[in-house]
Design a protein around this ligand. Structure first.
Ligand code: B12
Length: 169
């Protein structure tokens, strides 16, 4: 019997974009003989009944955006992603594989540091981590290094140092 996969699109950010990353994964799996179905949280919410009637062998959980990368909204999607992940975890024991651009940018730091430490999530293909990048701070020289800029600089440095330490552990 052919294995079955359920690919879950968790991205509900409006205006919607097609889950092209998930579709690439689906095409690849189909080529390998896997039956693939897509559940899209942008259009429905009944994941529990869907899983219980489909009974997939494994689930791909797509994370396109971990946050909106916007200021001042600075909206993190992690709390709602965790709720969706827990809902799936609570209704099936099959492997759940996380992937997608929002996850790949900073997996340990923003998504699943606790779960990685507890061993409830395991990294797959750790050699495919994103390469590190240099960070620059540019400000109008007329402003000089004011207290406000100094406060921003210190906070940014603290966060980056903390995250770099986590990545290098
Ligand atoms: C094109 C693009 C856009 C276009 C999308 C156009 C469209 N019609 O699709 C536009 C300009 C509209 C856009 C908007 C936004 N974007 Co944009 N976008 C991108 C960009 C440049 C490419 C995304 C893409 O389609 N890649 C091609 C697909 C095939 O690749 P992929 O999705 O990564 O999928 C691959 C893997 O990740 C993996 N994969 C994917 N899903 C899954 C699932 C599983 C289970 C597994 C195992 C693997 C897997 O396999 C795929 C094949 O290799 C990325 C940056 C980048 N270079 O990746 C940012 C990026 C994804 N966007 C980002 C953001 C933040 C946004 C916005 C929220 C910005 C905003 N504030 O409005 C919105 C959200 C829109 C929405 N509704 O979701 C961020 C997300 C970062 C984060 N911290 O979460 C990124 C990473 C850019 C960045 N570095 O800041 N975006």
């Amino acid at each position: 019997m052919r294995p079955t996969a359920l690919l879950v699109n968790t991205n509900t950010v409006r205006p919607l974009v097609a889950p092209i990353g998930l579709e690439y994964v689906g095409s690849y799996l189909k080529d390998k003989g896997v039956d693939v179905q897509v559940f899209d949280f942008a259009f429905r919410d009944d994941i529990e009944s869907y899983i219980s009637s489909m009974r997939p062998d494994f689930i791909g959980f797509g994370i396109r955006n971990s946050d909106d990368c916007s200021w001042p909204s600075a909206r993190s999607f992690i709390p709602e992603l965790k709720v969706l992940y827990e809902r799936i975890r609570n209704c099936t024991d099959v492997p759940v594989i996380l992937g997608g651009g929002g996850l790949s940018v900073m997996p340990e730091q923003i998504i699943c540091s606790g779960e990685l430490q507890q061993g409830t999530i395991h990294p797959v293909l750790p050699e495919w981590s994103p390469r590190s990048v240099d960070v620059y701070m540019i400000y109008p020289f007329q402003l000089s290094f004011s207290n406000l800029i100094r406060a921003f600089y210190d906070t940014a440095l603290e966060i980056i140092t903390e995250n770099t330490a986590m990545t290098e552990e």
